[in-house]
Design a protein around this ligand. Structure first.
Ligand code: G3P
Length: 264
C-alpha cells in the first residue's frame, strides 16, 4: 500500500517524505490552511513558488494532487492544463484533482473534464467520490486515481443516526443502523470500490481519503485500497503503542556500558 500525506503544509510534507511517504494530496481547504498558517506567521504568500516547493519536496515518482477550482468542464480543463504545465515540469509528479460531479447546472462537468484530460494525457485524481458507481465511471474514463472519502461518509451516517461524535473517532466498517444507498461506512465504500474496479481489471488506483484515525488506515489496507492518503496527525498516531514506548524505555535502561562502547 502506498501512503500519501494529505496536507499542503510544507513542513509536514518534508517530514512525511522523510519517513517514506509516496506522495501528497492537497485540496483548496488544505491550501487555505497552509496559507492561513503562513499569514499568521507574518510571511508573504507567493503561491506559485509555494506549490513549486511542494512538488520539489515530494520529488520524482511521488505524485502530488493539485485540485482545480472551477465547476464547469471547460474551465476545469483549462485549469488542469495550467496546473500541469506550470508544475509538472519540476518533478514530473503532478496529478490533477477533478471533482467527480459538480453542483452546477450539469452533473457531468467533472466527467467531461476527465474525458478531455485523458485525451491530453494529463493524469487525474477523481475526487469527492461517495459511491462505487461514481468511481466506476471515472475508471472508465481512465482516471489514474479515484478518491472515496471514507471519513465524510462516516460523518454523514453518524449525523443521520443522531449520534454526537468527534470526527477523529473510530466508526466500524460494518456500520450502525443507517446506510447510504447500501453503503454502511466509509471503509465499506472503499472495499466495494476496490472490488468493482478489480472485477473489470481497471488500472485506476483507489486512494482511501478523508481518513481520520489509524484503525481506519488499517481497515483501508485490509479492504485492498492501493493508497491511503493520511493526515499528518494520523501518521503520527500510526507509529504509537504504549507497549512500544514501554519496551523502548526498558531496553534503554538495560544497555550495559560494554554494549554501548561498541558505538563509541
Ligand atoms: O483527501 C481528502 C481529505 O482532505 C478530506 O478530508 O477530513 O476534510 O474529510 P476531511
Amino acid at each position: 500500500m502506498k501512503f500519501f500525506v494529505d496536507t499542503a503544509m510544507l513542513s509536514e510534507i518534508e517530514w512525511a517524505m522523510g519517513i517514506g511517504c509516496d506522495g501528497v494530496t492537497t485540496n483548496p481547504s488544505l491550501i487555505k490552511k497552509a496559507v492561513d498558517a503562513l499569514k499568521a506567521n507574518g510571511e508573504n504568500v507567493d503561491m506559485m513558488s509555494y506549490i513549486r516547493k511542494i512538488c520539489e519536496t515530494a520529488g520524482r515518482c511521488r505524485d502530488v494532487s493539485l485540485e482545480v477550482v472551477s465547476l464547469e468542464s471547460e474551465k476545469m480543463i483549462k485549469e488542469a492544463v495550467v496546473l500541469y504545465n506550470k508544475f509538472n515540469i519540476l518533478a514530473n509528479n503532478v496529478v490533477v484533482k477533478i471533482p467527480v460531479s459538480t453542483a452546477s447546472t450539469s452533473h457531468y462537468e467533472g466527467l467531461k473534464a476527465m474525458s478531455a484530460l485523458q485525451r491530453k494525457q494529463i493524469p487525474v485524481n477523481a475526487t469527492l467520490v461517495f459511491t462505487p458507481e461514481q468511481a466506476l465511471m471515472c475508471g472508465k474514463l481512465g482516471a489514474k486515481y479515484v478518491s472515496p472519502f471514507a471519513g465524510r461518509i462516516d460523518d454523514m451516517l453518524r449525523s443521520k443516526s443522531g449520534i454526537v461524535f468527534d470526527k477523529s473517532e473510530y466508526f466500524p466498517e460494518q456500520g450502525i443502523r443507517m446506510d447510504d444507498n447500501g453503503i454502511v461506512s466509509g471503509i465499506d465504500l472503499v472495499r466495494k470500490t476496490v472490488a468493482i474496479l478489480k472485477n473489470y481489471g481497471m488500472k485506476t488506483e483507489v486512494i482511501a481519503a478523508s481518513l481520520r484515525n489509524a484503525r481506519q488506515v488499517r481497515e483501508a489496507a485490509l479492504a485492498g485500497a492501493h493508497v491511503a492518503t493520511i493526515p499528518f496527525n494520523v501518521l503520527e498516531e500510526m507509529t504509537k503503542h504504549p507497549k512500544t514506548a514501554e519496551g523502548v524505555m526498558a531496553f534503554a535502561k538495560d544497555v550495559v556500558p560494554e554494549y554501548r562502547a561498541i558505538f563509541d
